[in-house]
Write a protein that binds this ligand. Structure first.
Ligand code: SF4
Ligand code: SF4
Length: 97
């Protein structure tokens, strides 16, 4: 699935209230803690950009203006928004001949 626009979340505005996470039908947003052990303040992160439909429901429900929709090709890659690389094929397997 490829959306024309995807959310860009401003970490300075995001309070971690979770409204966008609850509103996202394909469940591609989640709350991520500042501390890797799960402590500290949380903020919304688009963890699966390829699953985003571009519906903008997250933008509509955010009470803090923390979400902006950006055209997908223009969205800068960051650690938080980058898609995971495709899985490598299992070793020792080859297609049938
Ligand atoms: S609704 Fe807005 S403030 Fe709340 S978690 Fe989502 S982006 Fe952050
Ligand atoms: S635009 Fe829609 S599908 Fe994409 S993250 Fe926001 S609510 Fe989810």
């Amino acid at each position: 699935m490829s959306a024309k626009a995807r959310p860009l979340i401003d970490p300075a505005r995001c309070t971690g209230c979770g409204r966008c996470v609850a509103a996202c039908a394909p469940h591609v947003l989640w709350l991520e803690a500042a501390d890797p052990r799960g402590w500290g303040s949380k903020r919304a992160v688009l963890h699966d950009p390829s699953g985003c439909t571009g519906c903008a429901d997250c933008l509509r429900v955010c009470p803090f203006d923390a979400v902006a929709m950006r055209r997908a090709p223009e969205q800068p890659l960051s650690a938080a928004n980058a898609a995971a690389p495709p899985a490598a094929p299992a070793p020792g397997r080859s297609p049938p001949h």
